[in-house]
Design a protein around this ligand. Structure first.
Ligand code: HAM
Length: 425
């Protein structure tokens, strides 16, 4: 019997894993410059955390969660997103007691039972950031700038940052009333999905891709016209902060976001290269969430980037990470040579050199082919006869020059060659 991966879930094979590792490394390096530190939370949480945190009317909670009852009778869910778990940990671990804002990031798998398609999976990974305890609009601007800079640092261009404000509990009800009035007028033109959306959260109708619905909603009121003065001021300062940091943005007042916890700032980084899935990154401010989850009245703002979507864009642009680890291939020919080379390879590896060799008795020609394929910069050629004479040959794969080196000098000489190559690179 042959098994395949679960639908919507996939393996990351070594050729792709190097790309993942590179993206993660770049993210860690960038976040460190802003003072963000890693937090790791479990992949399983109590189901109620997401019902309360993400919102009972969100599509995620309504129909996309992997939920089950464990052997102890507890209702658990594989996390569909990272914000609610991080806020849970922030409250549970008392991180809010620090007088500084908590700057946290996470990298890991999330699970949503969605219909799989290009760029949409049931298990996917997010790189997420949460800044907790900072209410200032410049915190939003800085978090947004960080997301934009990560995308740029990876060399992904042709993306667009879209920002909006969803208002707050003071001004949003007025907007929703106005929207409700318009919806009542055009209800007969809207699709069944929209009718379902209206019952749960009327603003979600803007997510509908149906052109008839979009036309019917063309004159719908926009949140911007209903912002209260503090929301207005907050949004202006977020925009001013982005401008001060030279981060280009578009105001898209139709951004709604699929999770219920957002207040005020909402943003997305979108691209046209991912088919129907245009969002590479999504985030915003969620000031009521910490309190909702049993903590103090702490504000929060953050985002998450989809790792698979980043990888897809990088592959489409044929961008590959460059390994900076020096590589040496040892072509040992014969049993005596193999035995002599074993400790030498250990020493080279201790110095951070990647050493490859062959476990079989293959010919020099086929070993040289393999050395080429694995990108070796130098090949150590050690035959039984050379070993008996106390020497090996070292071949430079770039300029094809070759030198005999005394066995006892090999590690020192190879290390020198590597340092020299690094200096001239
Ligand atoms: P989200 O918009 O649901 O937000 O997801 C963020 C990103 O995760 C998306 O822009 C996309 O790149 C990726 N993503 C989401 N679903 C899938 C999927 N099924 N397959 C592949 N990639 C996917 C959140 O999750 C919020 N927790 C973000 C946040 C953090 N807001 C504040 N802090």
């Amino acid at each position: 019997m042959k098994f395949s991966a679960v639908k919507g879930m996939h393996d990351v094979v070594p050729a792709e894993a190097s790309m993942w590792e590179w993206i993660e490394r770049e993210a860690r390096a960038l976040f460190a410059t802003y003072g963000f530190e890693e937090i790791r939370t479990p992949v399983l949480e109590k189901t109620a955390l997401f019902v309360r945190g993400v919102g009972a009317t969100s599509a995620i909670v309504e129909k996309e969660m992997y939920t089950f009852v464990d052997q102890g009778g507890e209702e658990l869910t594989l996390r569909p997103e990272g914000t609610a778990p991080v806020v849970r940990a922030y409250v549970e671990q008392g991180l809010y007691q620090d007088d500084q804002a908590s700057k946290l990031f996470y990298i890991g798998p999330m699970f949503r039972h969605e219909r799989p398609q290009k760029g949409r999976f049931r298990q996917f990974s997010q790189i997420g950031v949460e800044l907790l305890g900072a209410a200032h609009p410049l915190a939003d601007a800085e978090v947004i700038a960080m997301a934009v800079r990560l995308v740029a640092r990876l060399g992904i261009d042709d993306t667009r940052l879209e920002v909006n404000s969803l208002g707050c509990e003071n001004c949003r009800p007025n907007y929703q009333a106005a929207l409700g009035a318009l919806i009542a007028q055009v209800a007969s033109q809207l699709c069944d999905d929209c009718h379902r959306r209206i019952e749960k959260n009327p603003q979600r109708i803007f997510d509908c891709k149906n052109t008839t619905c979009q036309q019917a909603l063309a004159d719908a009121p926009i949140m911007q016209d209903y912002w209260c003065e503090p929301c207005h001021e907050h949004f202006s300062q977020v925009c001013a902060g982005l401008e001060a940091m030279d981060v280009p943005y578009y105001c898209n007042h139709r951004i709604v976001r699929g999770l219920d916890y957002y207040q005020r700032t909402a943003f997305e980084i979108v691209t046209n290269h991912l088919g129907a899935q245009s969002a590479l990154c999504g985030g915003g401010r969620y000031d009521g969430l910490v309190k909702e989850l049993g903590g103090p009245d702490s504000p929060g703002v953050g985002f998450a980037l989809g790792l698979e979507r980043l990888v897809m864009l990088l592959e489409e642009a044929q961008r590959r990470p460059v390994s900076r680890i020096p590589r040496v291939y040892v072509a040992a020919l014969g049993q005596a040579a193999r035995e002599q080379m074993l400790p030498v390879m250990q020493q080279l590896r201790q110095q951070g050199v990647r050493v490859e060799w062959d476990y079989e008795d293959r010919s020099l020609k086929s070993q040289m082919r393999r050395a080429d394929r694995c990108g070796a910069q130098w090949v150590v050629i050690a035959g039984d006869q050379e070993i008996a004479a106390g020497t090996v040959a070292v071949r430079n794969m770039t300029d094809k020059s070759q030198h005999d080196i005394a066995l006892g000098q090999l590690v020192t000489k190879v290390s020198e060659l590597i340092s020299l190559a690094k200096e001239t690179a």
